[in-house]
Design a protein around this ligand. Structure first.
Ligand SMILES: Cc1cc2nc3c(=O)[nH]c(=O)nc-3n(C[C@H](O)[C@H](O)[C@H](O)COP(=O)(O)OP(=O)(O)OC[C@H]3O[C@@H](n4cnc5c(N)ncnc54)[C@H](O)[C@@H]3O)c2cc1C
Length: 446
């Protein structure tokens, strides 16, 4: 952060903006005149009020890990909430729940650390939303509705969100509860600045395990996803699928894979499963049944990797994050070199992933990869390019796939956010987005 003071207004200091706060994980670059880092709701409201009086547009930032450019400022003031990082908890062992109040700038990683060290009356608690990026803030996660793979099993944010305190852009505070939370979730800082959240967290499951399961064919992945609710004595809590092209992409990141001890991964359509069980014995018995079901569906049981200890579980779960990072890094490099935005598509299919992924395989003419939240029928497609010609070709493919996907009944997946609702040529449109119809450009840039 710059030390030089630019403008002081009451308790709030507006500073010149250094370059890092003009970018985010989308790889884009914005511009702004000033930035401020409030530490309390009062300071944030004061900053909003002053910005309104000065006629400055405001862009809200958390950790700038969003991949859609939503945190890129377009002039005016950046309101960066990363220093609003307080959290406090009150356990209710009789109800087996923890009530937690967090400021909007608390990161997923800080929350996990807090929960790891929090144990009362023999109980510990967990936060199940898992958008994989540990540096994302709770405010940013809620604003983008970034749920991750567990939401299909453990429920969406609304299930454990008690209330949210947010301010409008005039700096007026308001609390949201129940049905009103819909106004906040997915708003992406267009109308509301989330300042703090009250969470109701459940007891941590006694036993958790992770499996990485390679399949001979994509149809086997689909078969398993259709039958996943058959009783196996275990509770599935995540079913992420990784297309074979995604495994190829991962193999490009050989150094990172080696660091995680994951070199030599089988290149196959793969499922990353997480399960929970009330105890060790149930886990062992259930695991046998689960492996049987996987094999019946065409999984190569000998190739299954299993993570039972916390370290091994993390190692396998890291793979999902590494994939996002590898794709984002590749896209960012191209975006920087060619001056074009990343080409992404996010659709969810009620009938499952297979028909659309098969279509992608037929139509793809350049490098691409896809993965997603299998249980939600979600397909996240990344199309890569290295120069202007490839960009033009890949963009055409992406637009064609989007059309085919919609005809197949695909709906924009609500995760990730719409960013600044870019139009087809990449220029931003006025926020907020002009209606639900616009959401079809779920990948904003396509
Ligand atoms: C490697 C990687 C993997 C990822 N994987 C997933 C995934 O699996 N699923 C998924 O959904 N997402 C994923 N994401 C993206 C995810 O959306 C972001 O990480 C997160 O939602 C944004 O949090 P942030 O604090 O970084 O917000 P920022 O990037 O700073 O902001 C994102 C948007 O939210 C708004 N915003 C931020 N904070 C607030 C606030 N307090 N009040 C109002 N508006 C606010 C901003 O204005 C902007 O529009 C991934 C990102 C990366 C880099």
């Amino acid at each position: 952060m710059e030390k030089k003071q630019y403008l002081t207004d009451g308790e709030i200091v507006f500073l010149p903006v250094s370059e890092e706060y003009l970018t985010d994980e989308s790889g884009g670059m914005g511009w702004a005149e000033q930035i401020c880092f409030p530490t309390t709701a009062g300071e944030a409201c004061l900053a909003l009020e002053r910005a309104r009086q000065a006629g400055l547009p405001v862009t809200v930032q958390g950790s700038r890990t969003g991949i859609c450019g939503g945190a890129l400022p377009q002039g005016g003031l950046v309101l960066n909430l990363s220093q609003m990082s307080g959290l406090s908890g009150e356990a209710h062992p009789e109800r087996k729940e923890l009530l937690l109040t967090v400021q909007a700038g608390v990161t997923l990683s800080a929350l996990r650390q807090f929960l790891d060290g929090f144990r009362k009356d023999g109980l510990s608690y967990w936060f199940h939303l898992n958008p994989t990026e540990e540096q994302a803030t709770l405010g940013g996660i809620m604003a983008c509705r970034a749920e991750g793979g567990r939401a299909a099993f453990w429920g969406p944010a609304e299930t454990w969100l008690v209330q949210v305190e947010a301010a409008d852009f005039a700096g007026k505070l308001r609390r949201f509860q129940g049905g009103e939370l819909e106004w906040i979730l997915g708003d992406e800082g267009h109308n509301w600045v989330i300042l703090s959240l009250e969470l109701r967290l459940p007891e941590r499951p006694a036993h958790t395990g992770v499996l990485l399961c390679p399949f001979g064919e994509l149809s086997g992945v689909s078969r398993f996803l259709e039958r996943k609710d058959e009783r196996t004595g275990l509770c599935l809590s995540m079913a992420e699928w990784l297309g074979v092209e995604a495994l190829d992409l991962l193999s490009e990141n050989a150094e990172a894979l080696a660091k995680e001890g994951m070199s030599g991964l089988q290149r196959a359509d793969t499922l990353l499963l997480e399960f929970t069980a009330p105890g060790e014995e149930e886990a062992l018995n259930g695991l046998e049944e689960l492996l049987g079901l996987l094999e019946e569906c065409g999984c190569d049981a000998d190739g299954v990797l299993m993570g039972d200890s916390p370290k091994e579980r993390e190692r396998l779960l890291t793979l999902r994050h590494l994939l996002n990072e590898t794709a984002a890094g590749k896209a960012r490099m191209a975006a920087g070199a060619v001056g074009r935005p990343p080409l992404l598509l996010d659709l969810a299919f009620p009938q499952g992933i297979e028909p659309f992924v098969a279509q992608c395989r037929r139509q793809a003419a350049g490098p691409w990869a896809a993965w997603g939240h299998g249980a939600a029928g979600h397909v996240h497609v990344h199309l890569f390019y290295e120069n202007e010609d490839e960009y033009a070709r890949q963009r055409e493919t992406a637009a064609a796939l989007l059309e085919v996907g919609r005809r197949m009944g695909g709906v924009p997946h609500r995760e990730f956010g719409r960013g600044k609702c870019r139009t087809a040529d990449g220029s931003p449109v006025e926020a907020p987005c002009p209606g639900e119809g616009e959401r079809v450009w779920t990948s904003r840039y396509v």
